[in-house]
Design a binder for this molecule. Structure first.
Ligand SMILES: Nc1ncnc2c1ncn2[C@@H]1O[C@H](COP(=O)(O)OP(=O)(O)O)[C@@H](O)[C@H]1O
Ligand SMILES: [Mg+2]
Length: 263
């Protein structure tokens, strides 16, 4: 289980989180939504100890993250796969080398044959053909890079997966593919996940529960249907604005496709 209890975090006079509490049960997928700059990435970083809250507690797998010593934190992190917002692949490494970095168990990491097999398994799990193994990130499309980032995050067989904007920058078709993947990984690996996003449509598809971060607080949390039916003006405002964004993106995508056909 992942538990944030009354977590606050500020940067100088910028109060980013102000008493945020959130529980993610074993096997559950929770989408953390909110406008850009609200503190979604900061929240994720407190979960794996990349950032330390000023006050409050973060408990993952029964452990108080802030109280862990370096070695204990490294051990906990080996159970947490992190899908970074911009993929964070190493340009000078092949796909296989990037994925291998996600193998957290040292004995496994040193076993070359294990690594070859595990890289292939992970590529299969994210629906990538094995012929990408020796390619470099620059040779891949945006959607493929995101999938390699996910493959790296699952390579260490994590119990928890934290996704930071897994579909941002993708067209709707590729975003759907990634959302499908998030669902599949939940079902096949039984992982507990937090999916940070500002894409309402995708999040509502993959999440068991949705939490809206709004002005430094969790403004609403519940199953997608309940959030959609919320009468809270802040929730409605967020959902409506996002819906508009989705329509604009879909229109510009159609425009691109139409132009593509004319060439
Ligand atoms: N390391 C940092 N130092 C100072 N300010 C930061 C740092 N990380 C994030 N912030 C600020 O915290 C706020 C929330 O950022 P972030 O969590 O990245 O937003 P988002 O919801 O878009 O992921 C922003 O105002 C950002 O500028
Ligand atoms: Mg972010």
């Amino acid at each position: 289980m992942i538990e944030l209890i009354n977590v606050s975090k500020r940067f100088v006079d910028n109060v980013v989180l102000d008493g945020v509490s959130l529980q993610v049960q074993e096997g559950e997928t929770v989408a953390l939504l909110g406008p850009s700059g609200v503190g979604k990435s900061v929240t994720l970083k407190t979960i794996n100890g990349l950032l330390r809250p000023d006050t409050g507690d973060v408990i993952v797998d029964g452990l108080h993250v802030q109280r862990l010593k370096r070695k204990e934190l490294a051990e906990l992190r080996s159970k947490i796969g992190y899908v970074f917002q911009y993929g964070a692949l190493f340009d000078s490494m092949t796909v296989a080398e990037n994925i291998r970095l996600g193998i957290t168990d040292e004995t496994c990491y040193d076993d070359a044959q294990y690594c070859v097999n595990r890289v292939q398994e992970c590529l299969r799990l994210v629906n990538l053909a094995l012929d990408v193994t020796d390619k470099y990130p620059a040779e891949l499309s945006g959607g493929m890079k995101k999938r390699v980032g996910i493959a790296r995050a699952i390579a260490g067989k994590p119990k928890y997966l934290l996704y930071d904007e897994p579909t941002s920058g993708l067209d709707p078709v590729n975003a759907d593919v990634i959302d499908g993947l998030i669902e599949r990984l939940r079902d096949e690996l039984g992982v507990t996940s937090v999916v940070v996003s500002h894409d309402v449509r995708g999040s509502f598809r993959v999440a068991d529960r949705v939490a809206l971060l709004w002005q430094a607080k969790i403004r609403a949390v519940g199953p997608p249907d309940q959030i959609l039916a919320s009468k809270d003006p802040a929730v409605q405002q967020f959902l409506e604005r996002d819906l508009e964004m989705t329509l604009i993106q879909a229109e510009s995508q159609e425009g691109r496709e139409a132009r593509g056909r004319n060439v």
